[in-house]
Design a protein around this ligand. Structure first.
Ligand code: ATP
Length: 374
């Protein structure tokens, strides 16, 4: 278990990025992209706020070395990358769709203005995010392709997921059939098992952080709160998205990888029932009270196998919780199912494809906010 020293160190380094008030760093981007990037601003407040640090010296745009070595500097630009359009508004800047003309591949680039990274005190967090994402290669984890810095911005380039995020589809569909929940569960469970074997806790498993491929299969993304945690070590920072946070996270730790399995349980519950087991409370103390008092009874509409899986994942005592991939795979809910990534992705997830062209999808995808649903 980590002592107070590690606790303080983590509190200082893991602070979720917050929304912005301005975007001065985009002078080199087309004007309409800057404009679009502001549209989603109010929809990005779903992370549970922990604390903020400010840079007393203000933004220092000339800084290069402090972003090294994670973000190599390339001031000459990427002439082989053509901007195809705006995808979404991230916490700090736009997500752009680009085409690599040399490979004929499409990617998504997250643009982070350096001034905002420094102003919000998330330099270390941004570096940690790419260090972690660079290390992991897994079929159900979004792949980092490249990252670099220009004079004013940091750029993080990942595979492009054409279908959008799972949260948008959930709001359109209400709830998913257990057959589809089973595939999502197997894919996300595989990703978590892999990350945990690597010593990485994701800490923000939620529908908004799951992107979908053109066949509706998932890619876990957003490692902005992730942390490397040695076997036997413990974390203490209260962070995540409030409805998905395990009781041991809400109480300020100690906690470890088991917290991600709780979040998976909440996510599967929401997918299968159309609602969260509990509404979001205003702060982590109230949420902890609410979670502690909730018996987590399973709706009668769920099959006994899924209800049992959810009970195992939503066990309030982390050491008794289902928290390892092998035991997860052995659950009756997955009986007869292969966890092979290619087999899992062989068939499309039909309801996702059916909803892809839903007229309300563009509007829904502009306001993902788990905290607003109960
Ligand atoms: N690789 C991608 N392919 C397609 N869409 C993407 C991709 N990456 C991000 N997006 C879209 O952009 C949105 C914001 O991305 P992301 O959550 O990574 O940004 P962020 O700045 O880290 O924001 P936050 O930390 O607040 O979630 C996603 O919800 C998704 O709709």
């Amino acid at each position: 278990m980590g002592g107070d020293g590690s606790k303080n160190k983590e509190s200082a380094s893991v602070v979720k990025r917050r929304s912005l008030s301005c975007h001065q760093g985009f002078l080199s981007l087309p004007a309409q992209l800057v404009h679009h990037s502001l549209l989603r601003r109010s929809a990005r407040h779903r992370e549970y706020p922990v604390s903020e640090q400010s840079n007393p010296e203000g933004p220092r745009l000339e800084f290069i070395s402090i972003f090294l070595p994670e973000f190599p500097h390339r001031f000459t630009g990427h002439k082989h990358l053509q901007i195809l359009g705006f995808v979404a508004k991230g916490s700090f800047g736009p997500i752009l769709k680009v085409k690599d003309m040399s490979k004929d591949e499409t990617y998504a680039i997250k643009v982070l203005p350096k001034a905002e990274v420094l102003r919000n005190g998330v330099l270390q967090q941004s570096k940690e995010e790419v260090i972690i994402q660079r290390q992991v290669r897994h079929p159900f984890v979004l792949s980092l392709r490249d990252c670099w810095q220009s004079q004013s911005n940091l750029f993080i380039m990942c595979d492009y997921c054409s279908t959008g995020d799972l949260y948008t589809y959930w709001t359109l569909k209400g709830c998913f059939d257990e057959r589809d929940v089973r595939v999502f569960a197997a894919e996300l469970g595989s990703a978590l098992g892999f990350l945990h074997d690597f010593g990485i806790m994701h800490r923000d498993v939620k529908m908004e952080n799951i992107l979908l491929t053109d066949k509706g299969h998932l890619r876990l993304t957003d490692f902005g709160l992730s942390r490397r945690l040695e076997h036997g070590d413990r974390a203490y920072t209260i962070c995540g998205t409030i409805q998905y946070m395990a009781p041991e996270v809400l109480s300020g730790g100690p906690y470890s990888h088991a917290a991600d399995w709780w979040s998976l349980g909440i996510l599967l519950y929401a997918l299968a029932t159309g609602g969260f087991p509990l509404p979001a409370e205003a702060d982590h103390c109230d949420m902890l009270t609410s979670v502690s008092e909730c018996p987590y009874d399973m709706p009668a509409s769920l099959s006994p196998a899924l209800a049992f899986l959810l009970i195992e994942l939503l066990c309030k005592i982390p050491t008794r919780r289902l928290r390892c991939l092998e035991l997860f795979q052995g659950q009756k809910f997955f009986h007869g199912m292969s966890f092979d990534s290619q087999l899992l992705q062989k068939s499309p997830i039909e309801p996702i494809l059916e909803l892809k062209n839903h007229p309300d999808r563009p509007e829904r995808s502009m306001r993902g906010c788990a905290g607003h649903l109960g």
